[in-house]
Design a protein around this ligand. Structure first.
Ligand code: C5P
Length: 314
């Protein structure tokens, strides 16, 4: 091949590379979640330490004249396809910031996480859409600006824009990066029941309030994290369990596994997470729980590296 041909092949490859953007929408975990007063807007004041797992949905977005969404993956059937879909809402809200130049995108969502499950789901997908379109459309919006936009999309969306350990307050709209967490082994378990957030908040009985905890200092080991979480909990676990008693069985099943040192529900449920003291135990535990409960969703994973949510050109 001549040098000239080589150069044009290179130019072609460069032109087609970067046409699409791939982004991960990692599962969100509330390591603790305390609820305070009901606010005048009807939402509840919260305090939470949020982390992200390697397990998650994946989006691939290509330039297009119109906005469109195509969903695949094990939980695709449960996703609303119309304009109420949070991915399309996120795309439209970012596009509307630049109303003079209407933009399109062809969005492919691989839905690996159960929906209405307390691990971000639609919020993680919406936040990932904002990060990916910011890159694809060359908008250069700062993370803070995406967080601002995310507030109108849902209480968990601002934290999911960060996609790294963060401290959450307000109804979820105030988020700030927390100290990094080590790559700890986790098992996520969902008993296969949908639990709408509003219903869980409506059944709330006891509230810890929003001043019991401080953001964590350095957390270098599993034991540092477990010690930090000792005086905390998830205030939504009791009302969620009242609505779906299976949640108790999930937490018990996790606790029962060797190597599981902490188990709790995330968000408004019904997904629960177990922190394990080693990868083999996590994988062994996940295997046994899945075998004993074939209708449960079970996933061994880890706390993600802080750049898990970074969009990349492909
Ligand atoms: O903001 P998002 O749409 O995710 O919230 C779903 C529902 O959960 C709200 O309509 C509200 O009933 C409840 N919620 C709440 N307080 C929060 C977050 C959510 O009461 N901080």
């Amino acid at each position: 091949m001549s040098e000239q041909t080589n150069k044009s092949a290179e130019a072609l490859a460069k032109a087609s590379a970067g046409e699409r953007v791939r982004v991960r929408a990692p599962a969100k975990l509330n390591l603790f979640l305390h609820v305070g007063d009901t606010r005048p807007d009807g939402y509840h004041a919260l305090q939470s330490l949020v982390a992200f797992a390697e397990a998650g949905d994946v989006l691939e977005i290509a330039p297009a004249a119109e906005l469109s969404l195509n969903v695949s993956g094990p939980f695709a059937a449960q996703i609303p396809r119309g304009s109420t879909n949070l991915v399309l809402k996120a795309a439209r809200s970012l596009s509307e910031l630049h109303a003079d130049t209407p933009r399109g995108a062809s969005i492919a969502l691989e839905k690996n996480l159960p929906v209405a499950a307390g691990i971000g789901g639609g919020s993680a997908d919406a936040a990932a859409t904002l990060r990916a379109l910011n890159l694809l459309w060359g908008l250069n919006r700062a993370e803070d600006e995406l967080v601002d936009l995310a507030r109108s999309l849902g209480s968990d969306v601002p934290a999911c824009v960060l996609s790294r350990p963060c401290w959450m307050e307000g109804r979820g709209e105030h988020v700030s990066p927390a100290n990094p967490l080590p790559s700890l082994d986790l098992v996520l378990v969902n008993p296969g029941v949908l639990l709408p957030t509003a219903g869980v908040f409506a059944s709330l009985n006891a509230r810890t309030g929003t001043s019991a905890m401080e953001p964590p200092g350095r957390i270098e080991t599993l034991w540092d994290l477990v010690a930090y979480l000792e005086d905390s909990g998830n205030d939504l676990e009791s009302p969620a369990t009242h609505l779906q008693p299976d949640i108790d069985h999930v937490v018990e099943a996790l606790h029962h596994e060797p190597g599981c040192v902490f188990a709790q529900m995330s968000g408004s449920g019904a997904t629960c997470f177990g922190l394990f003291n080693d990868r083999e135990y996590a994988e062994g535990g996940a295997g046994r729980i899945a075998q004993d409960h074939p209708h449960w969703w079970v996933k061994a994973t880890r706390i993600a590296a802080p750049d898990i949510g970074a969009p990349r050109r492909v």
